[in-house]
Design a protein. Structure first.
Length: 255
């Protein structure tokens, strides 16, 4: 069994073939898929997918940093309401994104800290988006860390020094399609990172692994990511499968 710890399968890119896509994932052994929320506009679709696949799809609740705009307090209030209404597997995805727009950096950091503390209160993990902001997010986690704070640095593509800082915080590194890219440098970093600190993810429909780069990503492609990770670390595919699944179950709990 494989686990896709991060996929946006509720988005419109899958509206034409969602059931077929889910079947392909199951054929590849991907039995559990964790769904990060984006903002109030994606909640209904995400929960509809959970209802359709209750034993396979597990939703998170959070406000994506790219959705932190002028109305971010209203958006956070919706997240808080949902977290009080029912259980979610994590608070996510949350964090800081300075790639697209730095206008709301202060508000992004505030929203990140608020949601971190909700997760600590609920004793559930967080899933961190940290594009062009990894050191900022690491520093915030260092400041907020306590015995209840755990989670995943989603879409890790940083340096070995950053990987070690994340491992020191007892967080996991989410490894996706970028690890398969020729010039990503991830092969050098991942050779030095123990399998016990890694989880697999697609970020579907984005960041498809080789040989599907440039096309829509989907959960079935966890298999290509796992094969690449096994090659980088000179391990068997079964060992990667067993350890990354164990790690996912450790962070999210066995649903």
């Amino acid at each position: 069994m494989f686990v896709d710890t991060h996929a946006h399968l509720y988005l419109k890119q899958f509206d034409e073939d969602r059931d077929e896509m889910m079947a392909r994932a199951l054929d590849q052994g991907i039995e559990k898929i964790y769904l990060p929320n984006i903002d109030s506009s994606t909640i209904d679709q995400m929960l509809t997918l959970e209802t359709a696949y209750p034993e396979r799809c597990f939703p998170m609740m959070g406000l994506h940093p790219c959705s932190v705009k002028e109305n971010y307090k209203d958006e956070l209030a919706i997240v808080e309401k949902w977290l009080g209404q029912r259980s979610f597997c994590a608070v996510g995805e949350i964090g800081v994104d300075l790639y697209w727009d730095k206008t709301f950096r202060e508000q992004q950091e505030e929203a990140f800290r608020i949601q971190i503390n909700w997760a600590k209160d609920l004793k559930i993990p967080i899933v961190i988006h940290c594009r062009e902001s990894m050191d900022i997010c690491i520093d915030i986690i260092k400041e907020e860390k306590d015995e209840n704070l755990q989670g995943i640095f989603h879409c890790f593509g940083g340096s070995l020094e950053q990987a070690r800082a994340i491992m020191d915080l007892e967080f996991y590194l989410g490894i996706g399609g970028v690890a398969t890219y020729k010039n990503s440098g991830m092969d050098v970093v991942l050779k030095e990172v123990p399998l016990s600190s890694l989880v697999l993810e697609t970020d579907a429909p984005y960041l498809s692994p080789v040989p599907f780069r440039g096309k829509r990503n989907e959960s079935a492609y966890i298999h290509q990511i796992a094969v690449k990770l096994a090659s980088i670390q000179s391990k068997g595919l079964e060992e990667v499968e067993l350890q990354t699944t164990k790690n996912a179950e450790n962070i999210f709990g066995v649903a």
